[in-house]
Write a protein that binds this ligand. Structure first.
Ligand SMILES: Nc1ncnc2c1ncn2[C@@H]1O[C@H](COP(=O)(O)OP(=O)(O)O)[C@@H](O)[C@H]1O
Ligand SMILES: [Mg+2]
Length: 308
């Protein structure tokens, strides 16, 4: 194949590997067909850093180059141009892999093993002694909530359970850096919420997480910083809170106000040269509403009176 590997002069990462987990520099990938002809320009000169302790999101529609970026970081693909450093080492250096956990887009777990056997199997691959494997398996099964399904073969698992055992498997070696490719695909709202809570908990434990998703809500709810990709190009990069902040608008939430008080507030805003855009009761999201209903139904089973 005729892939060209451009080698920039410097072979060291430009940032401090104690605070920067991943650094990509001018990273590009062109997929070629069997005859070496250019087929898809999947990633174009990407520059980004994933910093220690953060949840970094790669957001983009299907086909925008998210999985390609992840595979380049893991050394599963060779770049056509540019470089990737993980823990300050070239992505192709496999010694870094024992510090990384990876949940692929599709899990490749053995369908005839149960949850305990699966985790034990991966523990063996990392040369963990039997007692450590047992303890770690127990911990992870609890963590991902598969206690009741621990002895069932994975072929009987629902999509949500498969995602959970995939996450447990990615965590078996207590990685510092976790790479999650579309962690919530196929999950229902409860499964999605639980997966997001797990991801947040892992950050609290000090892990660095890179997740990619085409689900806007996932990224908004859990990520500290986000890169938005479209057709292989980086379109936006920044902190989620500042990207989403609507400048020049002030939001006030108050309870117990009378109509007269609201009128007064409106007058104050106008007297200060501002304009009142909206004064209303806030609405919840469909996700919150749904989760409230399910929680209540768990506590008090039975049919609920029809709404208005
Ligand atoms: N092995 C491959 N061979 C050829 N083209 C590929 C291959 N893998 C991905 N692509 C193409 O590269 C582009 C980016 O794909 P991918 O990184 O999987 O996107 P995403 O994960 O954002 O959905 C798409 O156009 C896809 O069809
Ligand atoms: Mg993908």
């Amino acid at each position: 194949m005729s892939a060209t590997l451009e080698q920039p002069a410097s072979s060291a990462p430009s940032s401090d590997p104690t605070s920067v987990i991943v650094e990509t520099r001018n990273l590009g990938k062109i997929y070629r067909d069997f005859w070496g002809r250019k087929k898809v320009n999947a990633l174009k000169s990407l520059d980004l850093e994933v910093r220690r302790g953060e949840i970094f999101g790669l957001l983009g529609p299907n086909g925008s180059g998210k999985s390609t970026t992840i595979k380049l970081m893991l050394g599963l693909l060779f770049p056509t141009s540019g470089r990737v450093f993980v823990f300050g080492k070239e992505a192709t250096d496999v010694s870094k892999n024992e510090r990384i956990g990876y949940l692929p887009e599709e899990s490749y777990l053995y369908k005839f093993l149960n949850a305990e056997e699966t985790l034990d199997f991966y523990g063996r691959l990392f040369d963990m002694p039997a007692s450590v494997r047992r303890e770690r398996t127990e911990q992870l099964i609890q963590m991902v909530g598969l206690q009741r399904a621990r002895r069932r073969q994975l072929k009987e698992y629902s999509k949500g359970m498969t995602r959970r055992i995939g996450l447990a498997q990615a965590l078996i070696n207590e990685p510092e850096f976790l790479v999650l490719d579309e962690p919530t695909t196929g999950l229902d709202p409860i499964g999605t919420r639980e997966m997001k809570d797990l991801i947040l908990k892992l950050r609290e434990e000090g892990k660095t997480i890179l997740l990619c998703s085409h689900q806007l809500a996932d990224v908004q709810d859990v990520c500290d910083r986000v890169a938005i990709l479209h057709q292989g190009e980086l379109k936006e990069l920044g902190r989620v809170d500042s990207l989403l902040k609507v400048q020049d608008t002030t939001e006030i939430h108050a309870s117990g106000l009378s109509e007269a008080a609201k009128q007064q507030i409106k007058q104050i805003i106008e007297s200060q040269g501002g304009s009142l855009k909206k004064m209303d009761n806030p609405t919840t999201t469909m996700e919150e509403l749904f989760l409230d209903i399910v929680r209540e139904s768990d506590q008090r089973p039975g049919r609920r009176g029809s709404g208005t």
